[in-house]
Design a protein around this ligand. Structure first.
Ligand code: FAD
Length: 396
């Protein structure tokens, strides 16, 4: 693997770094979690930021130019991640759109679907959410019960979804529903694009322990979906869903998390250096925990290089994405536990308390980090995949 950058790549880095210096929102201080109290304000702010990145040609580094992307390669993607972390820049708001929907449509969508939907994902004009999980179908996703029944040239979808991040601000959704109730469970599922403003959709936010309400319950009551919003063949949705989840676990979120963790480690280091300057000792246990986090962030970065090299060779992300997801989950929890330990009794201050460090962003990030071993497939499921598909161990 070539780890040195060519002159044209260094030039890309120089331009991006200068652009970030000029354009980073001056009131942006977060590196861990958002400084906004209201979710809607955060979304509005981040939408503008993504639109700005897109206008400058920095959203969708790998996406083809004809669909609004930058049409660049893996090396530019790596540089983009590194420079976003270095500048402590806000992340993209349209996470599901960019990391899950985009790679799925690029691989399985029709030309009309790509032209219609991809450009507005990158510009954040249209936010997307993912209607996969249901009250009794999470780890066992293929057990989903939402049904899609033929109606003329389209379908009517009826059922309940849960844990849908960003549903309340989404214009569109990717959705799995059962089109053949008698086929074996993996064979009767289809993959749809659902209009979140269609009659029959009800969205109910769920408040989480951070105080924010990113998640929602979504009810579908005979929601009409035209045939041209089916992705791939009818009853052929399962394989496409696995492609979406492999990207969620192994590429998109991994790139995003790498940036977030690098920012967090750098910020903790700044805090400790400042303490040292003021003559306050740094406990050896804390020093070691930070060194440990720093090493793990570096390992994650190298894993990312490996993933990107595989993608560049035209290979699809495989079961090793589970290994990476499990690795960053543990890193994430270690990092924010360390951040809480450094604060000592101050860690007990409520997120949002003006006396708390950075307005309590660390507390909020710590609470949020408890969810990472559940989202995108639980740790137990990742370990099952690693055991069976990478190590060849029997199922039972
Ligand atoms: C932050 C966050 C964001 C999310 N966003 C979305 C979203 O936008 N869209 C969406 O569709 N979903 C979303 N989810 C839902 C997520 O995908 C599910 O929570 C997850 O798949 C687990 O499903 P479950 O909650 O139903 O738990 P269950 O599947 O009921 O699991 C319960 C427990 O049993 C264990 N378990 C289950 N099966 C096995 C097994 N075979 N072997 C060993 N242990 C097992 C699990 O590991 C877990 O500990 C989100 C979740 C979180 C936390």
């Amino acid at each position: 693997m070539e780890l040195r950058f060519k002159p044209e790549h260094e030039e890309f880095r120089r331009r991006l770094r200068a652009w970030l210096r000029e354009n980073l929102p001056p009131d942006w201080t977060a590196g861990t979690r958002s400084p906004f109290e209201r979710f809607e304000d955060e979304v509005a702010f981040l939408r503008q930021w993504q639109a700005k990145l897109h206008a400058a040609g920095y959203a969708g580094i790998l996406w083809p130019k004809e669909y609004g992307g930058a049409g660049l390669g893996m090396v530019e993607q790596i540089i983009f991640n590194e420079e976003m972390a270095r500048a402590q820049a806000p992340e993209l708001i349209n996470k599901v759109g960019v990391h899950n929907v985009g790679p799925t449509l690029i691989r399985y969508g029709t030309e009309e679907q790509k032209k219609r939907f991809l450009p507005k994902i990158l510009s954040a004009e249209e936010i997307w959410c993912q209607l996969f999980s249901e009250p009794s179908a999470g780890s066992d996703l293929a057990g989903l019960r939402t049904r899609a029944e033929r109606d003329g040239d389209g379908f009517r979808l009826t059922g309940q979804k849960v844990w849908t991040s960003y549903a309340q601000v989404s214009r569109w959704a990717i959705c799995l529903a059962r089109t053949d109730p008698v086929a074996p469970k993996y064979h009767g599922i289809s993959y749809f694009i659902v209009d979140m403003q269609a009659p029959g959709i009800t969205v109910r936010p769920l408040r989480q322990m951070t105080g924010s309400a990113e998640f929602n319950e979504v009810f579908l009551d005979a929601v009409y979906v035209p045939r041209e919003h089916l992705i791939g063949p009818e009853n052929g949705g399962w394989q496409i869903a696995m492609h979406t989840l492999a990207h969620e676990r192994g590429t998109g979120y991994l790139f995003k998390e790498q940036v977030k963790h690098k920012i967090a480690v750098d910020r903790l280091l700044d805090i400790l250096r400042e303490r040292q300057r003021r003559g306050q000792p740094v406990h050896p246990v804390i020093r070691q925990a930070i060194a440990d986090a720093f090493i793990r962030v570096e390992i994650l970065r190298l894993h990312n290089y490996d993933t990107m090299a595989r993608l560049e060779r035209g290979q699809a992300p495989g079961p090793e994405t589970s290994l990476k997801k499990e690795f960053w989950n543990r890193l994430s929890q270690h990092l924010y536990e360390t951040a809480m330990a450094i604060q000592g009794p101050w860690a007990q201050l409520y997120a949002g308390d003006p006396r708390a460090w950075n307005g309590g962003q660390w507390q909020s990030a710590y609470l949020y980090s408890r969810s990472v071993t559940i989202s995108g497939g639980t740790s137990e499921i990742q370990l099952n995949i690693i055991a069976q598909r990478m190590l060849g161990l029997p199922r039972h």
